[in-house]
Every structure is written in C-alpha cells, then in structure tokens.
Design a protein around this ligand. Structure first.
Ligand code: HEC
Length: 172
C-alpha cells in the first residue's frame, strides 16, 4: 500500500512539475527574438505598423518607440516586473493592474511616460497620498532615464495593444 501511495504521489508530483513548467513557458513567453533585435511578440502586437506611438505626458503629447527600444523595455519587464505583473496583472494586488484604465485612474495618472517614470522612481499609493513599498522602486543607479522610458513605453504599449493584458493570465 505504502509503495502504491508513493508511486501515485511520484506521478502526481511529476505531472504537477510538468504543468508548472508549461505554465511558465506560456506566461513568460518563449517567442524567439528576431534577427534584427525585435522580439516576435513586440513585432506582432506592438509595432506591426512601424514605431509605436506612446502617450508622453498628461497633455497628450506623444513619442515614438522602435521595435528595438520596446524589445529592450520588454527584457527589463520580463526579468524584473513580470513575476508580480505577468501579462499586466498585479498578482499581489489584483485591483490595481497595469491596464490603461487603472493606470489612468491613479493620482497622478500613470498612463503616460512621465507619470509612469515618476511612479517607479518613488512608488506611491493609488491616491498618491502616501509612499508604498509594495512595488519595485527603480533608482537612477539601476536604470537611467532612457532605459526606464523604454520600460514604460513597452508597458504602456502592451497595455494598449496586447489582447487580454491586465485581465487574463496569458496572451496565448
Ligand atoms: C513584488 C511585486 C512587484 C514587483 C516586482 C513589481 N511590482 Fe509594480 N506593483 C506591485 C503592487 C502590489 C502594486 C500595487 C500596489 C500599490 O499601490 O503600490 C504595483 C503597482 C504598479 C504600478 C501602478 C499600477 C496602477 O494601476 O496604478 C505600476 C505602473 C507598476 N507597478 C509597474 C511595475 C514595474 C514596471 C515593475 C518592474 C520594474 C514592477 N512594477 C515590479 C507589485 C510589484
């Protein structure tokens, strides 16, 4: 009996590990980078019509970001943000996701490059009234402004264009 139970657990364990590995592949994306330095998902969703136009400030000015820039932003996001924000969700606090709607509703709004950068330099609560230590602060010593802008541009562009961003665990 004990032997059978162990065999069963062993099989269960292996299946569970396989399922977790599969989920990992689905969540983190295994799409191969294209030869020209543009990630396949970026090319498919974010820049099919050329550089992505992203809202720069609350006044509605815009800036253009190439597929290469968004791919660099994606790399930073996947490595440092996705374990809490997979596919635009906020796993530890689902009410405050990375959808454009949620980002725009914060005070001050975070649905533009300037607001997004300001937030990550010093994360605040949703109403802007206090510091928050939930999210990952990004000091200048880690990412200089141009890199942080590329991270912001990828995230805002994904929020606008990736199907299911912020509402589904994976876009595949
Ligand atoms: C340890 C988990 C964790 C990591 C890692 C993390 N965040 Fe967060 N993030 C949160 C939580 C929780 C919130 C919402 C709670 C709050 O108000 O602080 C949040 C909020 C945000 C918001 C505001 C969302 C809104 O709708 O107003 C943005 C933007 C954001 N994160 C971006 C990032 C980026 C970019 C990274 C990677 C550099 C990152 N986060 C890394 C947990 C995390």
């Amino acid at each position: 009996m004990a032997f059978q139970r162990n065999a069963f657990l062993d099989a269960w364990f292996k299946h569970t590990l396989a399922a977790i590995a599969l989920l990992g592949v689905l969540l983190w994306g295994s799409a191969p980078a294209l030869a020209n330095g543009v990630n396949a998902d970026v090319a498919r969703y974010l820049t099919p019509d050329g550089p992505a136009r992203v809202k720069l400030d609350p006044q509605g000015n815009q800036a253009s970001y190439s597929g290469e820039a968004l791919t660099r932003g994606r790399d930073i996001f996947m490595e440092n943000c996705a374990y809490c924000h997979a596919n635009g969700l906020t796993l530890p606090f689902p009410q405050i996701s990375l959808t454009l709607e949620d980002l725009a509703g914060a005070t001050p709004a975070r649905d533009n490059i300037d607001g997004f950068v300001t937030y990550l330099r010093q994360p605040m609560t949703y109403d802007g009234s206090d510091f928050s230590d939930w999210c990952r602060e990004v000091p200048e010593s880690w990412l200089a402004r141009p890199q942080l802008e590329e991270l912001a541009a990828f995230t805002l562009s994904a929020a606008e264009k990736v199907p299911g961003w912020g509402t589904l665990p994976s876009n595949r």
